[in-house]
Design a protein. Structure first.
Ligand SMILES: Nc1nc2c(c(=O)[nH]1)N[C@H]1C(S)=C(S)[C@@H](COP(=O)(O)O)O[C@H]1N2
Ligand SMILES: [Mo]
Length: 385
């Protein structure tokens, strides 16, 4: 058996050309840019403090940005795989050992490529795992995915800057042009360069169509891999069931009491008391950070009405706690603009029926333009901060 490392010259397919790589690279760059920008939005929406308040309108804003985030990430997977395939013979280029200055430059460029490739794979992998709610790691997903995003985008900018002359030239010419090809890359294969590109676009489109139904209702039927489909009580999927969240069911029944606190003022409400207050109906989405979203018709008490009952002035942040004592997401903070928005409800019903236990019975928060993770279910305490 021959155990020598491959050399650049061993890779002879003419498909592995900068003319191909640049064309895939553009779309990959667009996907990464969308992921980065929408990721910043999502990160900001979940930040523990916000110098500039995240807006409550449009109510579907976060649904769109987060749907784009996950969809662009999914589209990027086939693009990245083919892109890496076209360029990886470069990995075996012999470094110019004689010339120290050139060697240093080449080493710097290779290091930036190493960061870019590692960060890109890491982002797509952790992102996909997060949408399937499978966390085979112990680090915090959100802060790590966010930190590595900066690495990826930084290395991408460096990469584009370094390659700009080649990219420009490759895109200016025909895809079959060979100007920038390695001298060995001449072997024809069954697939033409155009064929490879078409196959790549198709793979990307299939990846999107089979998953995007988790946010785009029209695609629900074709999205066989949509991790969470449109099913669930009231047409809204269930993210974490009451059993999974460790909710003690008996505490959601007749003895349930909601406490609303403002300074020394404290009021309690049974579910019947809440039903007796003026009811309002809003159509608002649950937009999970994991990429699925669904619109629901929610009915319940305006949060602002409850705050008025304990004489809380407008412009105050509000802490929400739930019956959930284990795992994350049992509490959240409503910033003042969310607390005061008339569309923010303490929902009692979904689609004309009392909330299902798994949707947060007896009552849950539903606010416009808010990441799903903060639409706290099984609310039992509302405290003006
Ligand atoms: N108490 C509590 N509220 C919660 C959660 C939770 O785990 N516990 N999950 C959140 C997440 S991540 C989402 S996306 C929404 C989903 O709401 P649904 O299950 O009713 O669709 O609820 C949010 N509210
Ligand atoms: Mo979520």
């Amino acid at each position: 058996m021959n155990l020598r490392l491959p050399a650049e010259g061993d890779f002879t397919s003419r498909l592995r050309s900068p003319a191909v790589a640049a064309r895939i690279g553009i779309w990959l760059g667009i996907c990464f840019a969308i992921c980065f920008l929408t990721g910043l939005v999502s990160h900001y929406a979940q930040a523990p403090s916000q110098p500039v308040p995240f807006p409550t309108s449009p109510s579907w804003g976060y649904r769109v940005t987060q749907g784009l985030h996950v969809t662009a990430g999914v589209a990027a997977v086939p693009l990245l795989l083919v892109k890496l395939w076209t360029v990886y013979p470069r990995l075996f280029t012999r470094p110019p050992l004689g010339d120290v200055r050139r060697l240093a430059l080449v080493a710097a460029e290779r290091a930036s490529i190493a960061v870019l490739v590692a960060a890109a794979i890491f982002q797509l992998f952790t992102g996909l795992m997060n949408s399937t709610q499978w966390y085979p790691w112990s680090f915090s997903f959100r802060s790590t995915h966010y930190g590595v995003a900066w690495l990826a985008i930084g290395a991408l900018v460096v990469h584009i800057a370094v390659k700009l002359p080649v990219i420009r030239d490759a895109l200016g010419g025909d895809v079959d042009e060979t100007t920038h090809d390695r001298p060995e890359a001449t072997e024809e294969s069954v697939l033409s360069r155009r064929g490879l590109l078409r196959t790549t676009w198709l793979a990307s489109a299939v990846a999107v169509l089979t998953t995007a139904g988790a946010t785009v209702p029209l695609l629900r039927r074709v999205s066989v891999f949509g991790v969470t489909t449109g099913d669930g009580p009231g047409g809204v999927p269930i993210n974490r069931t009451a059993a999974e969240a460790g909710i003690a069911v008996e505490r959601t029944q007749e003895t349930f009491l909601l406490t609303v606190v403002h300074g020394g003022t404290e009021m309690t409400f049974s579910r019947e008391d809440l039903e007796a207050l003026p009811q309002h109906t809003e159509v608002l989405p649950i937009a999970c950070v994991e990429g699925w979203s669904a619109s629901g018709t929610w009915t319940g008490v305006r949060l602002r009405d409850l705050l008025d009952l304990v004489e809380a002035p407008p412009g105050r942040d509000v802490g929400i706690s739930s019956l959930q004592t284990q795992y994350a997401f049992g509490t959240s903070t409503l910033w003042d603009n969310f607390a005061d928005d008339p569309r923010t409800l303490l929902a009692l019903d979904l689609d004309g029926e009392p909330l299902a236990l798994d949707h947060g019975y007896p009552c849950r928060i539903i606010a416009p333009n808010r990441p799903g993770v903060r639409q706290t279910k099984w609310v039992e305490r509302i405290e003006v901060l």
